[in-house]
Write a protein that binds this ligand. Structure first.
Ligand code: PLP
Length: 377
C-alpha cells in the first residue's frame, strides 16, 4: 500500500531514490579537495542546465534567497527598478526591491495573462530604470512569459535583466545567454527534483561588473563573495554539503536523460494534460496554449467545488495537488508536473480527479480524460 503522498505540487517535487541515497551520505569537510571536486562538477553541470558560459553560484537557501541576492547585489538605494508582475512571485521581486530601498515601477499584468509587447516597451522607454525583473514561469498562475522578448528590451535599453526561472529551469527552455539574462535564478526543489534548500544564480559579465562596483547592504547573500569563492571551487560559507551531494547526482541523471529530452517530456505532458482537463469539462485558468506553463497547470474549480476537492484527493488517493495562491485561493487548483514526472504519473492524477468528480455528482464517463491524454502523449 502506498503510504506517502505523491507530490503533484509545483515544488517540492518527487525525488529520485539515487538522489535520496546521495543525500544520506555522511558529510565531508567542505574545505577539502574532495569537496571542491564535487562543487566543480556541480558548477559545470549548472552551466549546462542554464545554457550559459558564465558562472552559476550556489546559495544555501530556498529560491527566494537567490531573488534576494540578485536584487541586493546590483541595486543601489534609490534606483528605479521595473518589476513585471502578474502573480505572487512577480510581486515578490517588487517587495524585495522595495525592501532594499528601490523606487519600484510595477508593470502589472492581469493574472493568467501575459504582457502586450508594445505596452511593455512603451513602459520601459518612459522609465529611467537600470534594472528589470520578471518571472519566467509564474507558478501562482501557470503562465509562461516571453523571457526572450524582455531580454531584447533589456539589451536595447541597457538594463540589468533579472529573471526568476525557479519553476522552469530543467523543465522548460531557459536560454540564459541567448536571452541576455544578467541574473538568472533557480532553485533545487522544482524541475531539478531535489529537496528544497539550494538556490542558483547565473551571473553575466555585465552583472558581474555592476556587482563588483556596488556596495550592497547585505552580507550573507552578497554575490561578490560567491563569485570570488567560486574561482577557487569553494563557497564563502559552510554550504549544504549533503544537498550538494544530491545536486551532483541530480545533474548526472539530467545529463543522462539529456536536457533537451527532459524539456520535451515536460512539453508533451503539459500539452496532453491540458487537452485531458478540457475533455472532462474543466476550465483551464490559462486559456492560451502559447503562454501556458510546461511545468504547472492551473484549473478553475467548477461551481460547487473548492479546496475540499483537493483534500479528498489527498486523503483518498495520496495525491497532493496545490491550491490557488493569494487572490486565486479557493478559485483554482494547480497540478505540478515538473522534474521526474512521467505520463503514468499524470494518468494516476487524472484518474483521481475523475473519480472524485464522479463521487461529487458530476456527470462524467470514467476514463474520458485518460483517453484524451493518451491521444496526445
Ligand atoms: N519564484 C517562483 C516562480 C516560485 O515558483 C517559487 C516557489 O514556489 C519561488 C519563487 C519561491 O521559491 P522558494 O519558496 O523556494 O523560496
Amino acid at each position: 500500500m502506498q503510504t506517502r503522498e505523491k507530490l503533484f505540487i509545483p515544488g517540492p517535487t518527487e525525488v529520485n531514490e539515487e538522489v535520496l541515497r546521495a543525500l544520506s551520505k555522511h558529510p565531508i569537510g567542505h574545505r577539502t579537495e574532495d569537496f571542491s571536486k564535487i562543487l566543480k562538477e556541480c558548477f559545470d553541470g549548472l552551466k549546462y542546465i542554464f545554457r550559459t558560459k558564465n558562472p552559476v553560484v550556489i546559495l544555501s537557501g530556498s529560491g527566494t534567497s537567490g531573488m534576494d541576492a540578485a536584487i541586493a547585489s546590483v541595486l543601489k538605494p534609490g534606483d528605479e527598478v521595473i518589476c513585471i508582475t502578474g502573480g505572487k512571485f512577480g510581486e515578490r521581486f517588487a517587495e524585495i526591491a522595495e525592501a532594499y530601498g528601490a523606487r519600484v515601477k510595477r508593470f502589472e499584468i492581469e493574472w493568467g495573462k501575459t504582457f502586450d509587447k508594445d505596452e511593455l516597451e512603451n513602459f520601459v522607454a518612459n522609465s529611467d530604470a537600470e534594472i528589470i525583473t520578471m518571472v519566467h514561469n509564474e507558478t501562482s498562475t501557470g503562465v509562461r512569459h516571453d523571457a526572450e522578448f524582455v531580454g531584447k528590451l533589456a539589451k536595447k535599453y541597457n538594463m540589468i535583466y533579472i529573471l526568476d526561472c525557479i519553476s522552469s529551469l530543467g523543465g522548460d527552455y531557459v536560454e540564459t545567454d541567448k536571452w541576455n539574462v544578467d541574473l538568472c535564478i533557480s532553485g533545487s526543489q522544482k524541475c531539478l527534483s531535489l529537496p528544497p534548500g539550494l538556490s542558483f544564480v547565473a551571473i553575466s559579465e555585465k552583472a558581474k561588473e555592476r556587482i563588483e562596483e556596488n556596495t550592497t547592504r547585505c552580507y550573507y547573500l552578497n554575490l561578490k563573495k560567491y563569485l570570488k569563492s567560486m574561482e577557487k571551487n569553494t563557497t564563502p560559507f559552510t554550504p549544504s554539503i549533503n544537498l550538494i551531494f544530491a545536486l551532483r547526482k541530480s545533474i548526472e541523471l539530467i545529463r543522462k536523460e539529456g536536457l533537451e529530452n527532459r524539456i520535451k517530456r515536460h512539453v508533451k505532458i503539459s500539452r496532453a494534460l491540458r487537452r485531458a482537463i478540457e475533455e472532462i469539462g474543466l476550465e483551464l485558468f490559462v486559456k492560451d496554449d502559447d503562454i501556458a506553463s510546461r511545468t504547472v497547470t492551473s484549473v478553475k474549480y467548477p461551481k460547487g467545488l473548492g479546496d475540499d476537492f483537493r483534500y479528498e484527493i489527498k486523503n483518498e488517493f495520496k495525491i497532493l495537488l496545490a491550491g490557488g495562491q493569494s487572490k486565486l485561493k479557493g478559485k483554482i487548483f494547480r497540478i505540478g508536473h515538473m522534474g521526474n514526472v512521467t505520463p503514468n504519473d499524470v494518468i494516476a492524477v487524472l484518474s483521481a480527479i475523475e473519480l472524485t468528480l464522479k463521487r461529487r455528482g458530476f456527470n462524467i464517463r470514467l476514463g474520458k480524460s485518460i483517453e484524451k491524454f493518451l491521444e496526445y502523449i
